[in-house]
Design a protein around this ligand. Structure first.
Ligand SMILES: [Zn+2]
Length: 281
C-alpha cells in the first residue's frame, strides 16, 4: 500500500512545503488573472511586463513574494510602485493551499479544493478591483464543483446540485426582498453566481453560515466606508472621481462578492457535523 508511506511524517512535511510553494506560484498566476480578465486580455500571452514602462519581467523578478521584497515593491525599469496586492495574493494562496493539504492530504479531493480556493481568490480580487464577477470563472467553477461531487468518494452529486440551486435561489430571494424594501439593488447577478458556485462545492448545509459571514462582512465594510467617506467629505476633498467606479459602485450598496468568497473559503474547512452540532446545541 503506497498510501502508508504518504502518511509518514517526513513525506507529510515535504508535501506540506510543496503545497505552500505551489500555492505561491498559483497565486502569482492569479495576480495575472485579476489584472487581465476584467480587461478582456489573454491570461497566457504576452508575458508579464510593467504596465507603465513596458519593462519585461525577468524570471528572477517573478519569484513569488521574494522578488517583490527584493525590488522593494518597485519596477526595476521605471521605479513605479508594484501593488502590495501581488505578494499578498501569493501568500494567501500559499497559505490556503497548505491548509487544504493538511485537511485533505494527497486525495482526489485536493486538486478540486485547490481549484475552488484559487477561483475564490480571483473572483474576490476582480470584484474588489473592477466590481465585476466574470461568468468565465463562476460557470466553470460550478461545473468543477459538480464534477468533484460526482468523482470523489463520500460525496453526493445530488447534494452538490441542491447546493447549487439553493445557493443561487437563496441569494436571488435576498436581492428581490432587499429591492422591494429599499428600492435599491444591494447585490448583483454576479453574487448569485458566486453563491451558486460555493453551494455546488460545499453543499446546502453550509450556505446559511456563508451568507451570514458575507452579510456581516458586507455590512461592517459598508459602515466603515461610510465613516471614511464622511470624514473625507468633511475635509471637503471628495470629488466624483473619488467615488470609485461612480454609478456602478453606487448601485451596489453593499459590497458583497469578496465577503461571499471569504465565507465560502472559511466554510470549506468547517465540517457539516460541526454545523449541525452548533445548530442543535
Ligand atoms: Zn516600469
Amino acid at each position: 500500500m503506497p498510501e502508508l508511506y504518504l502518511y509518514h511524517p517526513v513525506f507529510r512535511q515535504t508535501f506540506a512545503v510543496f503545497a505552500f510553494l505551489l500555492g505561491m506560484m498559483v497565486g502569482s498566476f492569479l495576480n495575472v488573472c485579476i489584472y487581465r480578465i476584467p480587461a478582456g486580455k489573454s491570461i497566457v500571452y504576452p508575458p508579464s511586463g510593467c504596465p507603465l514602462c513596458g519593462h519585461a519581467i525577468r524570471w528572477y523578478e517573478n519569484i513569488p513574494v521574494l522578488s517583490w521584497l527584493a525590488l522593494r515593491g518597485r519596477c526595476s525599469g521605471c521605479k513605479a510602485p508594484i501593488s502590495i496586492q501581488y505578494p499578498l495574493v501569493e501568500l494567501l494562496t500559499g497559505f490556503l493551499f497548505l491548509m487544504a493539504y493538511i485537511e485533505w492530504n494527497l486525495s482526489i479531493d485536493l486538486p478540486f479544493i485547490f481549484i475552488y480556493l484559487a477561483l475564490l481568490i480571483v473572483i474576490a480580487g476582480i470584484d474588489i478591483k473592477s466590481q465585476i464577477v466574470p461568468h468565465v470563472l463562476t460557470i466553470p467553477g460550478i461545473a468543477c464543483g459538480l464534477l468533484y461531487a460526482y468523482l470523489a468518494p463520500g460525496h453526493s452529486f445530488l447534494y452538490a446540485v441542491a447546493g447549487l440551486f439553493i445557493g443561487g435561489g437563496a441569494l436571488l430571494l435576498v436581492i428581490v426582498t432587499f429591492y422591494l424594501v429599499t428600492k435599491k439593488i444591494g447585490m448583483g447577478g454576479g453574487d448569485v453566481m458566486i453563491l451558486a458556485m460555493i453551494g455546488s462545492y460545499v453543499g446546502p448545509t453550509k450556505l446559511a453560515p456563508v451568507l451570514f459571514i458575507a452579510s456581516l462582512g458586507g455590512i461592517l465594510f459598508f459602515f466603515a466606508m461610510r465613516l471614511l467617506s464622511g470624514k473625507r467629505r468633511i475635509a471637503g476633498s471628495i470629488t466624483a472621481d473619488d467615488i470609485k467606479g461612480s454609478e456602478h459602485d453606487l448601485d451596489r450598496v453593499i459590497y458583497f462578492g469578496p465577503f461571499l468568497a471569504l465565507g465560502g473559503a472559511i466554510m470549506l474547512f468547517v465540517s457539516d457535523d460541526t454545523i449541525i452540532r452548533l445548530l442543535t446545541f
